[in-house]
Design a protein around this ligand. Sequence first.
Ligand code: NAD
Length: 662
Amino acid sequence: MTDAPAPPVTLTAEEARVLGCLMEKAVTTPDAYPLSLNALVNACNQHTNREPVVSYTEETVERALEGLRAKGLGRRVKATGQRVVKHRHVVEDALRLDAAECAVLGVLLLRGAQTSGELKGRTERWHRFRSLDDVEEVLGRLARRGLTAALPRRPGQKEPRWACPLVEEAGAPAAAGGPAPAPAPGPPPSPEADGERRRAPQPVAAHSIEVRNPADGTLVRSVAVTEPGEIAQKLARARAAQPRWAARDVAERVEAVRGFARLLDAEAEECAGTTTCETGKPIRQSRAEIRAVAERIAWYVEHVPRIVAPRTVTAGPSFEERITYEPVGVVAHVSAWNYPYFVGCNALVPALLAGNAVLYKPSEHATLTGLRLVDLLHRAGVPVDVVQAVVGGGATGAELVASEVDLVSLTGSYATGRSVLVATAGRMVRVQLELGGKDPAYVCDDVDVEAAARSVAEGAFYNCGQSCSAIERVYVHETVRDGFVAALVAAAERLRVGDPTDDATDVGPLARAEQVGVIEAQLADALARGGRVLTGGRRIDRPGNWFEPTVVVDVDERAELMRAESFGPVVGVAAVRNDEEAIRRMGDTEFGLGAAVFTRDRARAERILARLDVGNAYWNTADRSCVRLPWAGRRHSGTGVSMSDAGVRTFVREKAWHLFPG
Ligand code: NAD
């Protein structure tokens, strides 16, 4: 959403129909989108939801598509391994529209002039407007940018009708009241150049990613990938918009983020459903994450203004020393899927509050959740150029990281983090990396074994074990080993594994199909080295990515299961003789995210935890993060900080002021 005029462009009636159809089908039949030429012809000639009804030939539609491409509004798409060329629109980017704006404009393109009441009813399948006021607010926004115009009332007509002034009326130029026709996005429209573009074969570059439900492997939706050229355009727009955003009063940015939190709260159930559908996270846990992220957002809203406010550190009679905090500029945030709200908001919210623009690439395994977050931010008043989604997998992430952004914030595996460091070396940009872990827990000889086992099971199996700070290794004092192991196995067996949309489910599928194979290989290696599976140990034979909650005991310390990240519902247990052995074995890792000690003796726990090279120290708890505390992995677990005052400062640059009145 922005009130800046959109790049003006005029559309023939055919182009308007084709564009409207692409916009409609992207939302209403996402599985079949982008559209083949044939599907598009049918969509144009549909008898319902179209005014007027037309009967276009393939040639007419081809010509309209060509026109849309030349005007920077359409693209040809060829998915990997497929021969058929398909078609998609790019109006969100070209005209800078959010989802609500797309819905209103799309229906106007398909059905001509309408009242706001008609629009509310007819956009229902595209976007849920809560009230007529909401529709009118969007119409007003679009009108300020020349994309809609209220028509003069006819005699006897009570409500004004709205039209899209970009559309030429039967051969006439675009309707009066709209924006002056001007260059389309992209190269200036000299007739020669335009003719040249029409003759030249159009590049086929775009691809789409398939969002699949990990619970059964079914296709949820295909989403068009952001191409490298588009990343450069997004960056240019973000760079142009960022100073205006930073120049706003911080209270305005706070208000937009508060609005975002309200929308997230109002639409929490839908958001949770989306996340569960694309990641397999049990619905209760998706809801819990959304509730918890609201607390984080509230903390940022309350504290970021204080943290980034200028500070005078010395005020002497003859000089003053001050620190100011300036936004870094354009932030690239490359995100993970396992906690998409936490991870996304830990970068998006403080970065935006501090006055940055953000190019946000959600994980390819949580794309729909990420797009939703961006949509909520736009609807809450963050300008569309200030926060933009970049869609795609690792290759797209690498393109984004390689672009001229000012800061890279990435959450992902050690391998990815390392490649980001290599890719940014020499550019002198700040890099903040939250990477993998192999967190250990030590169960001392003085514990209540039942309680300790319950906590360890929670730490190991919550979110199907897919947490960077999940407990993946347990060292248990040999004197309580048998009792603790029996309680841990019982706790694992009590977990309800099943349909993630069911409220009763504790453990759902793994988000990524390939991780099932990784776990199988780790288990085979552990067993070959003398480990024993006491419960679980097998993939579950059903469609989707399923693995049983698994406890393996007597695991040799050289086993992969005790060294490499498992990121699944499996935990290895080994007995130790004393605290010294526990400290040695807990510290025998390249990771440094967290470590937990279970004991009744706080001093003992603190002594042990102080000797471990980790960013998070847990006493009688595990797998926990809190916005008031810094989140920072060490060694292969990352570099830089998120959350807390220090994490907010990740997104600002300090300026030191040495002020001498003379
Ligand atoms: P991943 O490294 O495969 O992907 C993470 C993100 O990086 C994705 O958006 C991906 O598309 C992108 N990416 C992949 N290759 C890239 C490249 N070469 N350049 C730029 N971007 C690239 O990680 P994943 O498997 O999706 O997520 C799980 C990992 O994330 C685990 O290791 C987990 O421990 C870690 N994680 C860490 C934290 C933390 O706070 N430390 C939190 C959540 C997840």
